[in-house]
Design a protein around this ligand. Sequence first.
Ligand code: ADP
Ligand code: MG
Length: 380
Amino acid sequence: MILPGAAVGVLGGGQLGRMFALQAHTMGYRVVVLDPDPHSPAGAVADRHLQAPYDDESALAELSRSCAAITTEFENVPAVALQRLSRASIVRPPIHAVATTQDRIAEKTYLQSEGFATTAFRSIQSRRDLATAVSEIPFPAILKTSRLGYDGKGQAVVTNESDAVVAFERFGQVPCVLEERVLLDRELSVIVARGADGEIATFPVSENRHRDGILETSLVPARISAQLAQQARELAVALAGAMRYVGVLGIELFVTRGEQLLVNEMAPRPHNSGHYTMDACSADQFEQQLRALCGLPLARPWLLSPVAMINLLGDLWSGGEPRWEEALRRPGVRLHLYGKTEARPGRKMGHLNCLAPDAEQALALAVETRDALVRRETTP
Ligand SMILES: Nc1ncnc2c1ncn2[C@@H]1O[C@H](COP(=O)(O)OP(=O)(O)O)[C@@H](O)[C@H]1O
Ligand SMILES: [Mg+2]
């Protein structure tokens, strides 16, 4: 066990690394962040910020030397960086899990090989693959780049073959998946943690709504049957076990109109839809990440209150600094900001966790509060 007082390392300095670092500090650990960005949200709160590219040999050596264990806060770390670190240090999650989850083709192929249902898809490496795939995947379909997509980026809904060709060319003919667009009843996610000893714990199932491909709200408890919630948690346990995963894994699920669960994608790290745990659970997803990383017993988290998480995107800044007093004066609302200075449309700047007696009220409070934050031009 790596105990409090030790230093832990994080690859990546975004908001997930920041929330991890803050939680690690709460529990008496020191934190070293590697991120090239001088204004990195995690770097700003860490004990040390190694400001260098992810494949910088001397920075990786320093991270290894100064930390008892190292984790990542994003899936697009270069494989070479993880390999370099794994030679000398404990690195969790394992490289194979990061490699699988950073590539949609590898991920979906793996899921199907292990018997987990996904949407129907075809791997697209060339125009020829695409020509074959469009006769097998019904329209409307979605073309997604296999790598580096997030928040709906690197995706196009296509309704005929020429649409698909145009999108493939616009993506630079990089490897893609052509995926069936499913009629969804709703979207869920489960955050699961697995320790090196094989112990597994899940967080309560979250019900997620997206807007323009970006997560907008997460609601817990999800408005689904106890049976479906149980099924989702069992799926997460089975998947974490099958992958011999170590760390925190975010699993996005589709619920079809026929109540079938499909695995959409996985993230080898805490997940935006798990931010609700910070204020509504007996232990949060960042504590769980630290526990799995350090070989501590996993927390057995339970829900303390119904909750809705709502993301605060850069769009809220369009009329100037948001009216924070609107969040601060409402009972049950907790404000989380990531310390990003530049507010661009669609950029995740922070979130609100809104607690209420039931999920519907929590959701109404979240939407009302978010909307009240926007500073509008007042006509004299
Ligand atoms: N095959 C699909 N059918 C229906 N909706 C989809 C499909 N794929 C993606 N979406 C919608 O787009 C969102 C983002 O897609 P996702 O594959 O999760 O990419 P990202 O990496 O950007 O999160 C999903 O949460 C869902 O709302
Ligand atoms: Mg997603």
